[in-house]
Design a protein around this ligand. Structure first.
Ligand SMILES: Cc1cc2nc3c(=O)[nH]c(=O)nc-3n(C[C@H](O)[C@H](O)[C@H](O)COP(=O)(O)O)c2cc1C
Length: 202
């Protein structure tokens, strides 16, 4: 079987979600997928970015990460979306990308793919679950097959967020458990997409 085409599409201002996205890409690759790691376009005003040195530095550090395009979404059989929590919702930069997919949606090109989402917030109860669930609303509209991590692996019993990998950025960068959870989530998405691929080919 051809490898499962997997896109990890994310937004990150200060690097937390980028770390989770990198871990998800690693997990997908380890599961045998062909992976595209893509950041969405930054839309914040230059002055806002310049006022936050960590944000400005992260933009420099990830200059070599390609920007997500509609082709990445059309190409993928499994898609993992990552976003920081913004008042309990996905970041506007990721939403702007999602809101640009109308032409693909109209062709039915987003249906039947596997979707999964991960996030970060600065506080433990700052809206991680609501952010992931908000993205899931979109996956329903696309006719997607939503694959959450649940408690389907032992790592989920350590810092389990059954909705999707997540990290409290106020505690520092993602720790080993968060990284492992992101890798696992991607593996589960790829494995599910692979099973669908085999079934559809039969
Ligand atoms: C406009 C704005 C809204 C935010 N809203 C929340 C929130 O509702 N809950 C929370 O815990 N953190 C909130 N944060 C903090 C971010 O979620 C946190 O900085 C982010 O997860 C870090 O991810 P990143 O390093 O990938 O950018 C907010 C940050 C900004 C700038």
């Amino acid at each position: 079987m051809e490898p499962v085409r997997t896109a990890v599409i994310y937004y990150s201002a200060t690097g937390t979600v980028h770390s989770l996205a990198t871990a998800a890409a690693e997990g997908a690759e380890k599961a045998g997928a062909e992976v595209r790691l893509r950041k969405v376009a930054e839309l914040a005003p230059r002055e806002a970015i310049a006022a936050n040195p960590v944000w400005a530095q992260h933009i420099q550090d990830t200059a070599d990460v390609a920007e997500a395009t509609l082709d990445d979404l059309a190409w993928a059989e499994a898609v993992l979306f990552g976003t920081p929590t913004r008042f309990g919702n996905p970041a506007s930069q990721l939403r702007a990308f999602v809101d640009s997919v109308g032409p693909l949606w109209a062709q039915g090109a987003l249906a039947d793919k596997v979707y999964s989402a991960f996030t970060a917030s600065s506080t433990p109860h700052g809206g991680q679950e609501s952010t992931i669930l908000a993205l899931s609303n979109t996956f329903y509209h696309w006719g997607g097959i939503i694959v959450p991590p649940g408690y389907a692996d032992l790592v989920q019993f350590r810092f389990g967020n059954p909705y999707g990998a997540s990290h409290v950025s106020g505690d520092g960068p993602p720790d080993d458990t968060a990284v492992e959870a992101a890798r696992y989530q991607a593996r589960r998405a790829v494995d599910t997409a692979a099973a669908l691929k085999v079934g559809r080919a039969a």
